[in-house]
Design a protein around this ligand. Structure first.
Ligand SMILES: [Zn+2]
Length: 343
């Protein structure tokens, strides 16, 4: 089966361009809803925003669930400073030093959007002796708004308030050589891949072996993405694979996670994933993700009983300026299809 890179790119371009930090995913949800309607898929949305598309399989003997998270890391206005700059608080765990100089969109509750830049509190080498050395942590970074503001009151007059979302520019790009670069490959690469799967399924008339629920979760980055999903027998989460240190994963392969911070994934289902990767001659790596948790944990904590596995493209510099390659996306897709069509 052909993986149509251009089709995938089109979907990814759209999905990556939408700001969707955890707790602020309405806009992307609206886009997905429209897309499902156009593709003639029915969907449901839970109170916490989790989207589900159910696919009838050849057999109802077991229920499969897949998920990718559509939420990303982000920031929020913690307070407005007397000089009109914005103090910040984190949504999830962005790598704060990597945000120095990044563009942001501030979104107010009255639907105004303002642009700005994240800078350190000593942002000029001509003025501050510690411009290079000042720690790049959340307490030493602020937002300079692209508006003529000098005081806290000037900012409030724009309608910007504490608790407004500050969305970090996604900087999405796919290079001619197939590198996908963006801040939020985790997990928009996989969310785009599930959308591609739904499109490919219709176009190529692919039939799944078992009834399958496909979820797009909204709170993964803060730990409870899959808390409202429905009972299933097997749950395969699509999320980024880790790269670095002694890990085997890379930007061209699909990673299969054997264990993360929450403990081992299901032995039988993980072994099955490895076997499918081998049968299909995929480039894959089995790894332990040392500082990592996924929606498998939140589903577990919600009290569900299932076998869980995690697969995904290897992503370099996660929660910073991330990068993967289309080869990793393709390997992930082939593994996923192999699994969904296997009896
Ligand atoms: Zn993720």
């Amino acid at each position: 089966m052909n993986f149509k890179r251009e089709e995938y790119k089109k979907i990814a371009q759209k999905i990556f361009s939408i700001d969707s930090p955890s707790g602020f995913t309405n806009e992307i949800t609206e886009v997905l809803k429209k897309w499902f309607e156009e593709m003639d898929y029915t969907y449901t949305i839970s109170n916490n925003g989790t989207i589900k598309v159910s696919i009838k399989g050849e057999s109802s003997k077991k229920k499969i669930a897949l998920s990718a998270h559509i939420d990303t890391l982000g920031l929020m206005v913690r307070s407005i400073k007397s000089d009109g700059k914005l103090a910040l608080t984190k949504i999830g765990s962005p790598l704060i030093p990597s945000l120095d100089g990044e563009y942001v969109r501030i979104k107010t509750r009255k639907n105004n959007i303002y642009e700005g830049t994240i800078l350190s509190l000593s942002p000029s080498v001509h003025v501050y002796e510690d411009a290079e050395k000042l720690p790049r942590d959340i307490d030493h970074m602020e937002v300079r708004i692209d508006e003529k503001v000098f005081t806290e009151n000037d900012v409030r007059k724009l309608g910007i308030e504490n608790g407004d979302y500050v969305c970090i520019h996604p900087k999405f790009e796919i290079t001619d050589k197939g590198f996908l670069k963006s801040r939020f490959i985790d997990d928009k690469a996989c969310a785009s891949l599930l959308l591609y799967l739904l499109k490919d399924k219709k176009e190529m008339k692919i039939s799944f072996a078992y009834d399958t629920d496909i979820y797009f979760t909204c709170y993964e980055e803060i730990g409870h993405g899959a808390s409202s999903i429905e009972p299933m027998d097997e749950f395969v989460v699509l999320d980024m694979g880790c790269i670095g240190k002694d890990l085997a994963g890379n930007e061209y392969s699909v990673s299969i996670c054997a264990k993360d911070s929450s403990g081992p994934y299901d032995y039988e289902l993980t072994t099955k994933m490895i076997q499918i990767a081998q049968e299909n001659h995929l480039s894959y790596a089995v790894d332990i993700f040392p500082y990592y948790a996924s929606d498998i944990r939140s589903a577990r904590e919600a009290g569900l009983d299932f076998k869980g596995a995690l697969i995904g493209p290897g992503v370099h510099a996660s929660h910073g300026m991330e990068r993967t390659h289309m080869e990793a996306i393709e390997n992930t897709y082939r593994l996923l299809l192999g699994y969904l069509t296997k009896k």
